[in-house]
Ligand binder design. Structure first.
Ligand SMILES: Cc1cc2nc3c(=O)[nH]c(=O)nc-3n(C[C@H](O)[C@H](O)[C@H](O)COP(=O)(O)OP(=O)(O)OC[C@H]3O[C@@H](n4cnc5c(N)ncnc54)[C@H](O)[C@@H]3O)c2cc1C
Length: 548
């Protein structure tokens, strides 16, 4: 008999059906032994633009699938408020993201281990990446095949991307056909989390099969407002739905998977956070935890815009009805062409100085141009190459401004608040310019639109970054994992000092990874599920081994 979503108690309650939450819902229910409630503030992923990769541009400002957050004015970015989109739909941000599949560097995870997080070195987490993956190119020592998360080569060669890759080679960087292979360094095409030209969010990859199980109850449009405690033990969740308040009880654990903004918000609303802040808002303090909402990290990108000499960019397709129809037909018939392209087409990972042990900047090469992310495309041929520092030192915070769970928290990444970050961003811009001025690329550059070619000094370049820089949408680390006094969860993702409460999502990253964050968070979901089942004495439900 199916579970009664609104009255029963469950073994596990998972808050948030995002990149990690969908993985948990699947892995915790596969044995049939556990009854799981999955609460999601957003609705079903029925919007057609979720599933067509290029449609991601249409989801930036759609309140039906997006929390539409914004940062507080950023002091080091000329006091501009920076948009902070987050998925509010089954699949979470994996339903609205740019689809790029990049795991980061082995050194990122070895660093997590060095910070005291046993079980999180690259060697430890690689089996979970492999278990998750359904790599179109097949399995090998670094890749998995047959897993729920489809990874494919959607992008066909494009003359502009070929020129970019050749220009990088002319500038002394290698061509790289696999950013998740032995080395990340070099220029090449991105792989996408897509199958047959359609997005593979975690809702598609994991939840579609799991939702048919009678031991999983999924409640969409359910906004968790508070974690319920008995002393220092989490016992359930209070949530809002259709203007009513419901409670659900967990015999096993409550698992928070609301993402880097909403997870610390929910903990703070529930009495776990900086005591002074909570008391000032009239919230009873269960535990004074200054680390909840601290250490916000994000990737800042600086977009350099170019007018193209030839009408071969996406701008030209979008502004011609004949090309649009052609692209539509090609996509419908073959699932190929411009509609199958994600946020970046080609790109690369580069070291800004020989002293850097591994790449310290990422470039996204995009064959369209607009003034900002999500803005209308320019009415002329254009393209963009953006530079982003991979391991920023800048740290910000997420803090509730109200005890009302429906009010957004204050989000303050404090981009470019470290000297090292400013220097790396400027070095990255210079490096990118060097690539763009190589012969292979020069023939396509009609004009450097932004920054202006006269913008050359370090001071001018930094001023440009401060005036135009924006997020690459990778906030993490607001409920950081670690053994130290301000860490929020331990290496098994249990909240320090609290029983039966775990956090499993991007907020637990000890440090931001050197790449796009979805792949790493799916891995965290996979490993988190095993930790939960091991602690329940149920053992690992699925072998930690990808097929092939
Ligand atoms: C526009 C955009 C583009 C991106 N592009 C890429 C890319 O190309 N490649 C890449 O690797 N990464 C990309 N990312 C980042 C990546 O998608 C995210 O880091 C990742 O999806 C976050 O996973 P998560 O599980 O931590 O949180 P989410 O996936 O955001 O999941 C959190 C879920 O919890 C729900 N929730 C939150 N609070 C509550 C509550 N109180 N009650 C109930 N439910 C709640 C949310 O609605 C959401 O569904 C992008 C992100 C965005 C927004």
């Amino acid at each position: 008999m199916p579970l009664d979503k609104h009255s029963e108690s469950f073994d596990y309650i998972v808050v948030g059906a995002g990149s990690a939450g969908c993985v948990l819902a699947d892995r915790l229910t596969v044995s049939g032994r556990h009854r799981v409630l999955l609460l999601e503030a957003g609705g079903h992923d029925r919007n057609i633009w979720i599933h067509i990769p290029l449609g991601y541009g249409k989801l930036f400002s759609n309140a039906k699938v997006n929390w539409l957050y914004s940062s507080e004015p950023e002091p080091e970015l000329d006091n501009r408020a920076i948009i902070q989109p987050r998925g509010k739909v089954l699949g979470g941000s994996s339903s609205i993201n740019g689809l790029l599949y990049v795991r980061g560097q082995a050194a990122d995870y070895d660093h997590w281990r060095q910070l005291g997080n046993t079980g999180w070195s690259f060697e430890d987490v690689l089996p979970y990446f492999r278990r998750a993956e359904d790599q179109q190119r097949g399995a090998d020592a670094l890749h998995g095949a047959g897993g729920p998360l489809a990874v494919s080569d959607v992008c066909e060669p494009h003359p502009l991307c070929e020129a970019f890759i050749a220009a990088a080679e002319q500038a002394g960087f290698p061509r790289n056909d696999d950013f998740n292979g032995k080395t990340q360094e070099g220029a090449g095409y991105f792989q996408l989390t897509a199958r047959n030209g359609r997005r593979c969010s975690t809702a598609v990859g994991y939840l579609r099969a799991a939702r048919r199980r009678s031991n999983l109850a999924i409640v969409p449009h359910a906004h968790a407002s508070r974690i319920l405690f008995a002393g220092r033990r989490a016992v359930g969740i209070e949530y809002l739905r259709d203007g009513k308040t419901f409670t659900a009880h967990a015999n096993g654990e409550v698992i928070v998977a609301g993402g880097a903004f909403n997870s610390p918000q929910l903990l703070q609303l529930s009495g776990l956070g900086p005591a002074q802040l909570l008391s000032s808002l009239g919230i009873e303090v269960i535990a004074d935890m200054p680390g909840v909402g601290a250490d916000l990290q994000d990737h800042l990108q600086v977009r350099m815009q170019y007018r193209c000499t030839e009408p071969i960019t996406m701008n030209d397709v979008i502004h011609s009805w004949r090309h649009r129809v052609g692209a539509g037909i090609r996509y419908c018939l073959f699932r190929k062409g411009l509609l199958a392209v994600g946020a970046g087409y080609a790109g690369g990972f580069f070291r800004t100085s020989p002293g850097a042990a591994t790449p310290d900047v990422q470039v996204h090469f995009i064959i369209f141009s607009g003034d900002t992310s999500g803005a209308p495309l320019h009415p002329f041929p254009g393209f963009i190459a953006s530079v982003c520092q991979l391991r920023p030192e800048s740290r910000g915070f997420v803090r509730i401004k109200s005890a009302d769970p429906r009010m957004p928290p204050a989000i303050q990444p404090r981009y470019l608040s470290s000297r090292h970050d400013c220097d790396t961003v400027v070095a990255g811009m210079k490096l990118l310019r060097r690539i763009m001025r190589q012969p292979a690329m020069r023939r396509y550059v009609a004009e450097e639109r932004a920054p202006d070619p006269a913008c050359t000094s370090d001071g001018d370049l930094l001023a440009f970054a401060r005036a135009t820089g924006s997020t690459v949408f990778h906030p993490t680390s607001t409920c950081r994992m670690g053994p130290d006094a301000t860490a929020v969860v331990d290496e098994r993702l249990r909240v320090h000092g609290i029983e039966r409460l775990r956090i499993v999502d991007g907020s637990v990253m000890p440090a931001l990874v050197s790449g796009n964050t979805n792949a790493a968070i799916v891995m965290i979901g996979e490993k988190g599920a095993d930790l939960i089942l091991q602690d329940a004495g149920a053992g690992a439900p699925v072998e930690v081994r990808a097929s092939g």
